[in-house]
Design a protein around this ligand. Structure first.
Ligand SMILES: *Cc1c(COP(=O)(O)O)cnc(C)c1O
Length: 378
């Protein structure tokens, strides 16, 4: 049996007619950049995320970059974030000239640890603390970070909160949606995200109307009226084809997220039935709505050998992420060393994402668990 990590072809068949109809209309209109389809998607995403505003952008990475630029963060500034995330989270901080300050994660959720955050801030001298401008929590794998203490700390110091919600559209924390809690919410429409485009795309959510206006200006090179520039922005535009396709998919998103959650529940039953619960750590659902962009298990030993075993049995799996960001070669100038963030480092050595996509069948899941059991019991 073949079980890919993700199978987007099955999903495409269910929306194909709608996609072909809208994309053909856009071809006929020859109106490709921003425009009514982008406006429409922005309204729908803002509503879906229960936040005032949304600005369609070119990618999740650019959503982060644009948010940092809009928040006025640059050289000399520090930004607190997690080392256990996709590269773009800290890469964007670096690109605006600011310094990422890493903080270790919670070992059950893999999200930024509020306790470690408090400790990091408490250990800073006053001059250093003055240079901190923002916190960027990541809602990893589709589960929200523990936002209340993060928001409280930010409010105490007047820091901006930029949620990296690229993996978490529709996830909830105490009933609040990802992207509606901080000053900015950054989403990605990369095809492997729960709401994926047919190419690159992303969106920034914002609660404050003034922030929203500023984001829109920076998205088009900082020009208020065309060709009159009060700021230096960039080309961060979303195009009409991607926006129209994402808007079609948005109507199915809750159904797909429910199917992912049901698959997660079924994995729990299957792993329990196979007697593997003391050998394999399953994801811990802490927040009210986990949308399972990834279903990530932890094995204390031989993770890479397990991955090879699954590959040999035609089962897709992936390591998100093998190298925590403080140990990336490009961040060597920050001066971190192995051992600085032991929880993130242990996670990087022991986690493995299994197939969880909505169309996954019961038989495929049983095969995945049987294959893992054969490896663990060998
Ligand atoms: C995917 C992702 C991004 C970047 O999104 P792109 O659209 O690929 O640029 C940023 N942060 C996290 C946590 C992601 O998973």
């Amino acid at each position: 049996m073949n079980v890919p990590l993700l199978d987007l072809k099955a999903q495409y068949q269910t929306i194909k007619d709608q996609v072909l109809e809208v994309t053909e209309a856009i071809y006929e209109s020859q109106y490709f950049i921003l425009g009514p389809h982008v406006d429409d998607l922005e309204k729908k995403i803002a509503e879906y995320c229960r936040v005032g505003h949304a600005v369609g952008v070119s990618s999740g990475t650019d959503a982060l970059l644009l948010s940092l630029m809009a928040a006025g963060i640059g050289p000399g500034d520090r930004v607190l974030t997690t080392p256990y995330t996709f590269f773009a989270t800290a890469g964007a901080v670096w690109r605006v000239g600011a310094t990422p300050v890493f903080v270790d994660i919670d070992e059950t959720t893999y999200n930024l640890s509020p306790d470690r955050l408090q400790e990091t801030v408490a250990a800073m001298d006053e001059a250093t603390r003055q240079t901190v401008k923002a916190i960027v929590p990541v809602h990893l794998y589709g589960q929200c970070a523990d936002m209340d203490p993060i928001l409280k700390l930010a409010a105490e110091h007047g820091w901006v909160v930029i949620e990296d919600a690229a993996q978490a559209i529709g996830a909830e924390y105490h009933g609040r949606r990802a992207g509606s809690m901080g000053d900015y919410g950054c989403f990605s429409f990369f095809p492997s995200k729960n709401l994926g485009a047919f190419g690159d795309g992303g969106i920034v959510t914002a609660r404050d109307p003034a922030v929203y206006e500023h984001l829109k200006i920076l998205r088009v090179h900082g020009g208020h009226a065309k060709y009159y520039h009060h700021y230096v922005g960039g080309n961060f535009r979303l195009d009409a084809l991607q926006a129209a396709i994402v808007a079609i998919k948005l109507a199915y998103l809750d159904g797909w997220s429910a199917a992912r959650k049901a698959n997660a529940a079924r994995y729990r039953e299957l792993f329990a039935a196979a007697g593997l619960m003391d050998r394999i750590h399953l994801p811990v659902e802490k927040e009210s709505r986990h949308i399972y962009n990834q279903f990530v298990i932890r094995v204390d030993k031989r993770r890479d050998a397990l991955k090879d075993h699954l590959t040999a049995q035609s089962i897709g799996s992936e390591v998100y992420y093998p190298v925590p960001l403080h140990l990336q070669a490009c961040f060597a100038p920050l001066g971190y060393a192995a051992g600085d963030f032991p929880v993130a480092e242990a996670a990087a050595r022991s986690t493995l994402a299994l197939p969880i996509y909505p169309e996954l069948t019961e038989a495929q899941q049983a095969y995945v668990v049987d294959t893992i059991a054969a490896f663990v019991n060998a």
